[in-house]
Design a protein around this ligand. Structure first.
Ligand code: HEC
Length: 145
């Protein structure tokens, strides 16, 4: 557990952490909140999970050559907030967007912007649905009821 969080802090240095005296980059809440007029890509659960597992290790999603696995290789490579039922409070989301709670899908978008260094995924894309399915599956194994 400690090892993983430590690994995250190293990998995320400069992306999610705020250097003293430097104003942290702000993210508009609308970039990580599903717009009312959009629908998630509909796919079969098994196929979404298979695609999500593959794309979680896909470095082509980030112009900086990172994948989600770069920082979240294992189920325990998240902070303690990950174990709370969705939607829930996440420190960096609060700091960068002001939002008190975030969904699993919103968390994928948040890390796309703040950690992968790119734009949020299209709201109707198969990759967003697949990565969300992967995160939800992992979350199921650790959630504190
Ligand atoms: C450069 C490192 C880095 C990369 C790459 C990265 N993340 Fe994260 N992610 C973090 C950090 C740091 C946190 C902890 C945020 C906090 O607790 O304030 C986090 C938190 C999370 C959480 C848990 C939030 C919670 O506590 O409930 C999820 C889910 C997540 N990331 C998904 C993803 C996905 C999906 C990708 C790929 C699209 C990704 N991350 C890529 C650094 C990264």
């Amino acid at each position: 557990m400690r090892r993983s969080i430590f690994a995250i802090s190293i990998a995320a240095a400069g992306f999610l952490s705020t250097a003293p005296g430097v104003r942290s980059q702000q993210i508009p809440p609308k970039d990580i909140t599903r717009p009312a007029d959009t629908k998630a890509f509909a796919g079969g659960a098994a196929s979404l999970l298979a695609t999500g597992t593959a794309r979680h290790g896909d470095t082509s999603l980030s112009p900086a050559g990172r994948s989600c696995n770069t920082c979240h290789l294992e189920e325990d490579s998240y902070n303690a907030t990950f174990k709370k039922p969705w939607p829930h409070f996440v420190d960096s989301v609060k700091a960068k967007t002001g939002l008190d709670r975030i969904t699993a899908e919103g968390m994928v978008q948040f890390c796309m912007i703040s950690a992968m260094g790119t734009r949020p995924l299209a709201w109707d894309s198969d990759v967003l649905a697949a990565l969300t399915a992967f995160v939800l599956e992992r979350h199921k194994k650790v959630v504190e009821k």
